[in-house]
Design a protein around this ligand. Structure first.
Ligand code: PBG
Length: 328
């Protein structure tokens, strides 16, 4: 047996790379704006817009500005949005549900079936301590109270017309609880896109500023996954799939590329990647320093997500996709 098999003759590589037509012929990865999801922050009581530090092209939006922004995005070929409804005060999950429902209603009244509206379901913008769960004074999670509040929130936004819900809290059993709560209200058709493999990460900084959801004490390491754990990371998505998640997700996307294909194979579900705020902001910062062409860099990362097996990509750069050359 030969020890070394012959490599691809280098002339073949050179020949096939010499023109755009040949490079396009040999390309295996493609996607359209239909595979991209644009996050959107609508803030209660805000007039106009407020920039979000680091997240170029993204702002905190009052409801009116939110509708205008979505209108421009739809015209630019986007169909999928992930809504973060940010309440003006903390301490009342019920009041937040009401605000989120008002925003969903307004968006669906204006745009109907022109878009698919996913709604993030979490409590971190409404709990006083900025955590994703309801905890007692010693910081221990009250799972029953948390699940009940999450279920109420999901049902409220579904009643208001949400096209899908996306639980990001990472509490055990929340996907099953949401499915059961939705079904009990006749919302069987509403899909659940679970944040199924979500790591404790340094890359959520700009988001937490935008959503007012930075933990006031401690961190989220007791309910988000440790980056050193591969088995737990895959098991977390398997659990979500078994609990009834329709779509799965890894997050942060760029630091979880290795997990996308294994999760898809283990669950037979489509897996998306969330290019999170710190990842996107990092690319923007490179651009500002004159060290990278941001548009080209973004396109590069999106191709890599697809190469790794991602079905869809949640990215703060979605609204520039058409301008960058992503087909509709
Ligand atoms: C809230 C939530 C977070 C993100 C999405 N939903 C922050 C967190 O878990 O602390 C992060 C998104 C981003 O950084 O773009 N549970």
């Amino acid at each position: 047996m030969p020890v070394v098999t012959s490599a691809l003759p280098s002339w073949t590589r050179l020949r096939l790379r010499q023109s755009a037509h040949l490079r396009d012929l040999c390309s295996e990865i493609s996607f359209t704006t239909a595979h991209l999801i644009q996050p959107i922050f609508v803030v209660e009581g805000l007039e106009g817009t407020e920039p979000i530090a680091g997240l170029d092209g993204n702002s905190r939006l009052g409801l009116h500005a939110g509708l205008e922004t979505i209108g421009r995005d739809v015209a630019a070929g986007l169909r999928h949005f992930l809504l973060f409804a940010v309440p003006s005060h903390t301490g009342s999950a019920t009041a937040d549900g009401a605000f989120a429902a008002r925003v969903v209603e307004a968006i669906k009244r204006r745009f109907g079936t022109q878009l698919h509206l996913w709604v993030d379901v979490c409590l971190c913008s409404s709990t006083a301590d900025g955590h994703c769960a309801i905890s007692d004074e010693r910081g221990r999670i009250d799972l029953a109270a948390t699940l009940s509040a999450l279920g109420d929130l999901a049902v409220r936004v579904a009643d208001a017309g949400a096209d899908g819900v996306s639980p990001s809290d990472m509490m055990d059993g929340r996907t099953a609880w949401l499915r059961q709560s939705l079904d009990a209200r006749g919302h069987q058709p509403v899909p659940i896109m679970s944040y199924s493999t979500k790591f404790a990460s340094q890359f959520y900084g700009p988001f937490r500023e935008a959503a007012g959801s930075a933990p006031r004490h401690g961190n989220r390491a007791h309910y988000q996954i440790d980056v050193r754990s591969r088995t737990d990371a895959i098991a977390s998505s398997i659990r979500c799939a078994e609990e009834g998640a329709d779509l799965l997700m890894v997050k942060p996307g760029m630091t979880s590329l290795d997990l996308i294909a294994p999760i898809r194979e283990a669950t037979a579900r489509l897996v998306g990647a969330y290019q999170v705020s710190g990842e996107y902001a990092g690319l923007c910062a490179l651009g500002r320093e004159g060290l990278a062409d941001v548009d080209a860099a973004l396109l590069e990362t999106w191709h890599v997500f697809r190469r790794a097996g991602a079905a869809f990509i949640i990215t703060y750069g979605a609204r520039r996709a058409r301008a960058i050359g992503v087909p509709a």
